[in-house]
Write a protein that binds this ligand. Structure first.
Ligand SMILES: *[C@@H]1O[C@H](CO)[C@@H](O)[C@H](O)[C@H]1NC(C)=O
Length: 397
């Protein structure tokens, strides 16, 4: 009797709390905190201006800021690859360390700007945290590991994250990312053919917004390529599949009631429609005859964003390569034929056109973020850089 009574009371409480949560989700402020998690810094007890505390060599990382058009300062890290560091160790050690109020005066900056062969990965991080959080640090190492005398990494916090002030919205985050890319092009003077944009999780959506923005300029600006780790289709699809801590489905009970879910979708403020942006980007490049390279990487054991998001996004990308589109059935047939099965390493498939290559790598393991520090990321970067600049792989630096 008692058990039944208390059982139903707690069930009622759970249902009540759930209803409150759904209600809160319709408010844009709460939504922003759920989508961006920008107040969860994860590096509370460390100083981002002391990169040595994150495992870097003295002056391997230069913290500095980039002025955004809105007048805010975006907090950034420039990370030197380790061989380049070694060749310049004496000069680097002779400089002061910590935050650089004028990065252009630093030796590290000159190594980037004045080397006509320097390569740059611009890094767009995911939700929560800062440039120094979690698997982002091993991620930076993996990005430059293929050419440790050439590949610089530039990473930054969107306004509202870490030391960058503001409140994140889709518009502000995209503007921030475009600002950082402009800095690389105009201040550091790195041409687009020597730039890869890397994104993980939320950062993939930012990276595709950047890709679309620049590809639609006249004349178009197209980067060497894009590496997307654990992307998602759009926020609505993400909400329907998202599981808190990988186990508790947040909205999938509601997503099973389409009229109610469609009603809730009207309250989504920031849509982050990567499926549309990837299609626009590819349409534009095919129409303009611009070369492009996209690599999508996702692990099957990703509990935060199910790998089926990559499958769907991939189809949207391939569909955009032809004026008449490519039906999901047609793609499936081609993939059944052409997909490489690498056993426990997963599967690889590449769709090629005269202009572009769209690659999908589905790993068996790697979770949502551990994957970022793995050699698969190193190889993806090298594959793109060498496809666009064939002499990179052979020339000694
Ligand atoms: C697939 O591509 C075709 C041709 O560009 C387009 O008309 C169609 O809307 C695309 N499908 C989706 C779901 O985006």
């Amino acid at each position: 009797m008692y058990l039944l009574k208390y059982g139903s009371i707690s069930a009622a409480i759970v249902v009540g709390l759930y209803a409150v949560l759904i209600g809160l989700l319709t408010t844009s402020n709460f939504q922003a905190h759920v989508v961006y998690l920008h107040k969860i810094q994860m590096t509370w007890f460390k100083d981002l201006n002391v990169p040595e505390g994150f495992g870097f060599l003295r002056n391997q990382v230069t913290p500095f800021s980039i002025n955004s058009p809105s007048g805010e300062k975006l907090y950034a890290w420039h990370i030197l690859p380790v061989e380049l560091y070694r060749h310049n160790e004496a000069v680097l050690l002779s400089e002061s360390s910590g935050f650089a109020s004028d990065f252009t005066k630093k030796h590290a900056f000159k190594l980037l700007r004045d080397d006509a062969d320097a390569l740059l990965v611009i890094h767009m991080h995911g939700a929560a945290g800062t440039v120094g959080s979690g698997y982002r640090v091993p991620n930076y190492r993996a990005l430059s590991a293929g050419k440790p005398d050439k590949i610089h990494v530039l990473t930054f916090d969107y306004g509202g994250f870490g030391r960058s002030r503001g409140q994140p919205t889709e518009r502000s985050v995209c503007l921030d990312a475009v600002t950082v890319v402009h800095w690389a092009l105009r201040v550091a003077n790195v041409p687009p053919s020597r730039i890869i944009i890397f994104g993980q999780s939320l950062g993939t959506a930012v990276s595709l917004a950047v890709a679309e923005h620049f590809a639609l300029q006249s004349p178009p600006i197209v980067f060497a390529g894009h590496v997307l780790v654990a992307p998602f289709v759009d926020v609505a699809t993400l909400m329907a599949t998202y599981k808190v801590a990988g186990t508790i489905p947040l909205l999938s009970p509601v997503a099973n009631i389409p009229p109610f879910f469609n009603y809730l979708k009207r309250y989504i403020r920031d849509h982050w429609s990567s499926k549309d942006r990837i299609a626009d980007y590819i349409h534009a490049n095919e129409a303009n005859g611009e070369k492009y390279q996209i690599t999508i990487i996702h692990a099957e054991d990703d509990y935060d964003i199910p790998w089926t998001h990559s499958k769907e996004l991939y189809w949207h990308a391939v569909n955009a390569t032809r004026a008449a589109g490519v039906s999901p059935g047609e793609l499936e047939e081609v993939m059944d034929d052409g997909k490489k099965c690498l056993g426990p390493a997963g599967t690889v498939f590449e769709w090629k056109t005269e202009n572009g290559a769209i690659r999908e790598e589905i790993l068996k393991t790697g979770l949502h973020d551990v994957i970022m520090g793995n050699p698969i990321v190193t190889l993806a970067v090298m594959r793109i850089f060498t496809a666009v600049n064939p002499d990179i792989g052979t020339r000694e630096g």
